[in-house]
Design a protein around this ligand. Structure first.
Ligand SMILES: [Ca+2]
Ligand SMILES: [Ca+2]
Length: 359
């Protein structure tokens, strides 16, 4: 019997380590039909000067106040049924807020599903995104409200830096793409391999960050497996000093608390916000808790009961709707001490893990 288990383990291991791609584009034999979308006048070529393996796709484009998004899109022309992850190598000439999209066919409901991450400048990053992170965009609708991977008509990878707080730095940008793969294997960014709690919203194990700072900068502490957010007292344009993460569909049942493994260099009160997306006639609603971040360099655990999140009633004083987790599209940490002018100077917040659990 033991020998049987051994054989099973040996057979299973390579399948886990290198899942067979449902879709693979190496760009070694051409552009694979990838086309620019958004920024007018953008070019797409294959070249070998900047590539991971063989040749890679290069796109030159300009982002400004009129052209805020530039994406590369393709029709996969194969069924992506059973897909669980999309992986690719990406390099951008500047720090960029990137969006990844799956477009359903008309039969699939016409939904466009998206997730986002940050690309660091002039470095090849291996990006691996689980399909459970993808969320229906607020400008599209879907009859069944779920991402149907067997009905995908288009895949897109784009620079959306112009949509959030305007374009910073040189408006003339370049991005390079190589080895795009969609497969049925799991990856580190999956919320839950089984679909059950706990949902690991981020374990910060991957080579890129899914959190956008509205002020300051984020860095990855690869040795510790932390995301490190450092910011001063500068005020972002029209916003709040925060760190934002877009989240995919979260479980409707069973989740009772949001757990943060984190610490703050200085004593700061942090507002943890769960934002319910606007959808149809349902308005955007923000739910919050104020919490003292653990002080120091070593992350500690803070468990926040979901039932204790309060509705921000500034816009709708008579609103009493309770938090509904599946509607939550954004998780944001805001330095409330800074907003309330009760603190000054630079601060650093470290995140080690963020998860949703039953208790
Ligand atoms: Ca290649
Ligand atoms: Ca659908």
């Amino acid at each position: 019997m033991r020998a049987w288990w051994l054989v099973a383990a040996l057979v299973a291991l390579p399948a886990w380590a290198a899942p067979r791609p449902l879709f693979l584009e190496t760009f070694d034999l051409g552009d694979g039909g990838w086309k620019p979308f958004g920024a007018e006048g953008a070019t797409v070529t294959t070249q070998t000067a900047v590539a991971r393996q063989g040749s890679a796709l290069e796109s030159r484009y300009r982002l400004d106040k009129d052209r805020r998004l530039h994406a590369l899109v393709c029709e996969p022309k194969v069924s992506l049924k059973d897909a669980r992850s999309i992986r690719f190598w990406l390099r951008t000439s500047q720090r960029a807020t990137m969006i990844v999209l799956f477009q359903e066919t008309d039969a699939g409901g016409k939904g466009r599903y998206a997730t986002m991450f940050v690309s660091e400048p002039e470095t090849w990053q291996r990006v691996e995104l689980s399909v459970d992170r993808f969320r229906l965009t607020d400008d599209t609708t879907d009859a069944d409200g779920k991402l149907d991977m067997d009905q995908i008509a288009g895949v897109g990878i784009g620079d959306m830096s112009g949509l959030l707080g305007g374009v910073q730095g040189d408006p003339d940008r370049r991005l390079w793409l190589d080895e795009v793969q969609v497969d049925g294997g799991d990856c580190a960014t999956a919320y839950s391999a089984t679909g059950r709690l706990p949902f690991v919203l981020d374990g910060f194990e991957q080579d890129f960050a899914c959190w956008l700072p509205t002020v300051g900068k984020t860095e990855r502490d690869k040795k510790q497996g932390h995301l490190v957010w450092t910011y001063g007292t500068e005020q972002p344009q029209g916003g709040i000093p925060g760190l934002i993460s877009m989240v995919g569909p979260l479980p409707a049942k069973g989740a009772r608390q949001l757990v943060l493994h984190w610490c703050s260099k200085r004593a700061r009160q942090i507002a943890v916000l769960l934002t319910e997306e606007k959808r149809g006639t349902r308005p955007e609603r923000r739910y919050y808790q104020l919490v003292d971040a653990p002080v120091g360099d070593k992350p500690e655990t803070t468990a926040l009961a979901l039932s204790a999140f309060q509705l921000d009633k500034r816009d709708r004083p008579n609103d009493t709707k309770a938090l509904e987790l599946p509607n939550v599209s954004l998780l944001t940490l805001v330095d409330f001490s800074l907003v309330a002018k009760q603190a000054d100077g630079e601060n650093t917040i470290r995140l080690e893990e963020v998860l949703l659990s039953a208790d």
